[in-house]
Write a protein that binds this ligand. Structure first.
Ligand code: PMP
Length: 292
C-alpha cells in the first residue's frame, strides 16, 4: 500500500504518495498516541465530512492533544485530496499523531501531525449479493471497560484487539467477528456497529463503551424516517436466537446484512433491504455536486 500513485495531504501540503513517511521514533508508533477517521466520498463529495472532522478532533482531545487545524481546514483538505487524485468514489483516511521530537511516555511538546490519504474504493450496492449476508464469528476479546481506556475515541490503540479478532475470524472463514463488552453484553464488530431485528423493530446496543458510529446515527435516522422503531438497549448474546435479521453499519461497511454469528442464524429481509436502499440514496452528493 506504500507504492500507489497519487498525493497525500501531509501537514498542510500535498506530497507524493511514496514520500508520506514518518520517523521510526514517532511517539504515535511507540505509544499509540494516534487517532484516525475512515470515511467515504460518493460522486466527489465526502459523506458527512464535518461530522468526521469533528470526531477526529474530539478523539485527539480525548488522547490529550490538539490537532492544529480547524474543522473547516480539515474538510477542505479532504476535498483537495479527492479532487487532486481524481477520486470521486474513495475511502479517506485522515490520521493525526504525536511526532518524534522526544521519546518517552510523556512527550507533551511533540509536534502534532495530520495526514489525509484517499484511495479508490467504490461501494457496491448489489442488493441481491449483499442480502445473502456475511458470516461472523464471536471474538474472544471483549471491548474494554471505559474506565480502563478512552473507549469512545477512534484511537489506534483500541484497534489492537480488533485486528487480532478479525484475523482470527478470517482464518476460520468468517468475514468479521462480533465483540462483547467487558460485562458480556453485545457491543459491536471490529470496525462496524451492529443491529438486530425482532417483530419489525430494530434493536442495537447502547454505545457507552465503543464507537458510536456516524453510519449508526445515519441508519437510526433513516429507520425512524420509515417509521421503524429503534430501541437502544443492553443486549445479551443469548438473545440472538430471538432476532430474525441482523446487519452491521460503518463508513466502510455501509449497511451489510449478516447471515450468521457463531451458531446463531439470521435471514436478511425487508428491513435490511430497506435500509440498504435508503443508505445508498442518502450518501449521494447534495447541492452543487449533485448537478455536476
Ligand atoms: N466501530 C468501530 C470499531 C469502527 O472502527 C467503526 C468504523 N469507523 C465503526 C464502529 C463505525 O463507525 P462509522 O459509522 O462512524 O464509520
Amino acid at each position: 500500500f506504500d507504492n500507489i500513485d497519487g498525493v497525500i495531504w501531509f501537514d498542510g501540503k500535498l506530497v507524493p504518495w511514496q514520500d508520506a513517511n514518518v520517523h521510526l521514533l514517532t511517539h504515535g508508533l511507540h505509544y499509540a498516541s494516534c487517532v484516525f477517521e475512515g470515511e467515504r466520498a460518493y460522486g466527489g463529495q465526502v459523506f458527512k465530512s464535518t461530522a468526521h472532522s469533528l470526531r477526529l478532533k474530539a478523539s485527539a482531545n480525548i488522547l490529550d492533544f490538539e490537532i492544529p487545524y480547524s474543522v473547516a481546514e480539515i474538510d477542505a483538505a479532504k476535498q483537495l485530496v479527492i479532487d487532486s487524485n481524481n477520486l470521486p468514489n474513495a475511502y479517506l483516511r485522515p490520521i493525526a499523531w504525536r511526532g518524534s521530537e522526544m521519546m518517552g511516555v510523556s512527550a507533551p511538546g511533540n509536534t502534532i501531525h495530520l495526514a489525509i490519504a484517499a484511495w479508490n474504493w467504490p461501494s457496491y450496492f448489489d442488493p441481491a449479493a449483499k442480502l445473502r449476508g456475511i458470516r461472523m464469528d464471536l471474538a474472544s476479546y471483549r471491548r474494554p471497560d471505559p474506565r480502563t481506556t478512552p473507549a469512545l475515541a477512534k484511537a489506534s490503540g483500541l484497534y489492537m484487539i480488533c485486528t487480532i479478532s478479525k484475523q482470527r475470524a478470517e482464518r476460520k472463514g468468517h468475514a468479521d467477528a462480533m465483540m462483547l463488552d467487558w460485562e458480556g453484553r453485545v457491543a459491536e464488530c471490529t470496525g462496524a456497529n451492529i443491529f438486530f431485528v425482532q417483530d419489525g423493530k430494530i434493536h442495537t446496543p447502547i454505545a457507552d463503551c465503543f464507537l458510536a458510529g456516524i453510519t449508526r446515527a445515519t441508519v437510526i435516522e433513516l429507520a425512524k424516517r420509515r417509521g421503524i422503531e429503534v430501541i437502544e438497549r443492553r443486549i445479551m448474546p443469548e438473545e440472538l436466537a430471538g432476532f430474525t435479521e441482523c446487519f452491521i453499519t460503518g463508513s466502510a461497511a455501509e449497511v451489510t446484512p449478516v447471515a450468521e454469528i457463531a451458531t446463531w442464524r439470521f435471514t436478511p429481509g425487508a428491513i435490511c433491504e430497506a435500509l440498504m436502499t435508503d443508505y445508498a440514496a442518502e450518501v449521494q452528493p447534495k447541492g452543487e455536486r449533485a448537478a455536476a
